[in-house]
Ligand binder design. Structure first.
Ligand SMILES: Cc1cc2nc3c(=O)[nH]c(=O)nc-3n(C[C@H](O)[C@H](O)[C@H](O)COP(=O)(O)O)c2cc1C
Length: 397
């Protein structure tokens, strides 16, 4: 059995699989359901002083969409889109602390780590909320600089509006980290030009780690009615977002010395491995848990363990960041050996699909045979569209 334990900001997690801050953690009851699964931890639903964001949760609207962005009924594909609108914890901060204390008691008995999450609307309210979390005995706190909905709301200066404003993000991070002793994690928004720069800014202001990354705002509609789904703009994401998230996870991993908690685009244990290999130490699951239920998290932990054993890794730690470290820069790629495509005339059926997809015009018909010319760049697209296994292969030039 591989060692699943990871250290994150000085806190030991029994495994790196977490429930993200969202509906599966919106009450002590829900958090206890997560704790029972054997997950290494959870991020509690974000608590806020914004009444508008508390009200929004009372009008939550969610839809799973298929590959054509049609609303799913019963069958939800692996690459689903989760389109939805919800707010933050419905309870007032005072009420919420009771939920957190109850969850924290249950978590301690199971060696599960509860991370608190807050979103204020002024510097003072961020600090007050953070202090309230610390007073519950919780060991880590996430500041939610990524909630997408404030961008569509009036007079709600929190979430991604903070995450897009370098000065505000730095000031809040600085004031909170100066006011509490527990490590502060900043949950970033993807809706900035350069997430690494924002991570660097909050690190300089005192953040101990970053959560990469919250959701986008999108617009999905029904062409039959000419109307938007669920009445308008909403948060959008799903497993297809993973490569976009992993770009930032890997860039922050290689560019900054800062622990990363990964979220946005994970579906199963394989995705968790991808997050880990890209540089995340923790992996947070949300919309797939809302699809498959709490016990799914336990299965992910088991499957992750099996993968590590099968590959002969002794611990999770061994795989963290290995793919990020193996990535070459565009300049380094210039010294790689050139490749060219080669067609096996014995099995090629001359279907011409490779010719249709070769925009370097390097594949030609010659006496009823498909042939590769010197114009081949070795891009590899022909190997993807060829329906005959092995008929086109790339070889070093
Ligand atoms: C219904 C819903 C509610 C969410 N609520 C919060 C929240 O309160 N605080 C927060 O930081 N992120 C919130 N998120 C973002 C999730 O924590 C998570 O980062 C995001 O869904 C991406 O993960 P996924 O691809 O596993 O769904 C919410 C997401 C969803 C779908």
């Amino acid at each position: 059995m591989a060692d699943l334990k990871v250290q994150f900001c000085g806190v030991e997690f029994k495994n790196p699989i977490l429930a993200a801050s969202a509906e599966p953690t919106l009450s002590a009851h829900n958090m206890k359901e997560v704790i029972k699964t054997g997950a290494g931890g959870l991020v509690a639903k974000t608590v806020t002083n914004s009444e508008a964001l508390r009200r929004l949760t009372r009008r939550s609207k969610f839809r799973y969409l298929d590959e054509e962005h049609q609303i799913c009924q019963g069958k939800v594909p692996r690459l689903f889109t989760f389109y939805g609108r919800t707010g933050l914890a419905e309870e007032t901060p005072e009420e919420w602390m009771n939920e957190l204390r109850e969850a924290q008691t249950a978590a301690l008995a199971q060696n599960c780590i509860v991370i608190g999450s807050v979103a204020g609307t002024t510097v003072e309210s961020w600090v007050t909320l953070a202090k309230m979390i610390e007073d519950t005995g919780i060991k880590l706190i996430e500041l939610n600089f990524g909630c997408p909905h404030p961008s569509e709301m009036k007079d709600t200066p929190t979430g991604m509006l903070v995450g897009q404003d370098r000065e505000a993000a730095s000031e809040i991070t600085y004031q909170v980290t100066q006011s509490i002793r527990i490590p502060v994690i900043i949950k970033l928004t993807p809706q900035v030009a350069d997430v690494v720069e924002m991570a660097r800014a909050v690190q300089s202001a005192g953040a101990s780690a970053v959560t990469v990354i919250n959701r986008f705002v999108g617009f999905c509609l029904d062409i039959e009615t000419g109307k938007p789904l669920i009445h308008g703009w909403a948060g959008v994401g799903g497993p297809w977002v993973k490569p976009l998230t992993l770009r930032w996870v890997s860039k922050i991993y290689t560019g900054l010395n800062l622990p990363i908690s990964g979220t946005n685009g994970v579906y199963d244990w394989k995705d968790a491995v991808e997050f880990l290999m890209s540089g995340a130490t923790l992996v947070q699951f949300c919309s797939v848990v809302m699809l498959k239920g709490y016990p799914y998290l336990g299965r992910v932990v088991k499957d992750l363990n099996q993968f590590l054993d099968r590959k002969g890794y002794g611990s999770v730690q061994e795989i963290i960041g290995i793919a990020a470290k193996a990535a070459l820069t565009y300049e380094e790629m210039e010294s790689l050996p050139r490749e060219v495509a080669n067609i096996d005339p014995e099995i090629c059926t001359a279907c011409k699909r490779c010719m249709r997809s070769c925009f370097y015009n390097a594949i030609v018909m010659n006496h009823k045979q498909v042939q590769v010319t010197d114009a081949c760049r070795g891009c590899g697209l022909c190997t993807c569209v060829c329906p005959v296994p092995g008929a086109i292969q790339l070889f070093p030039q």
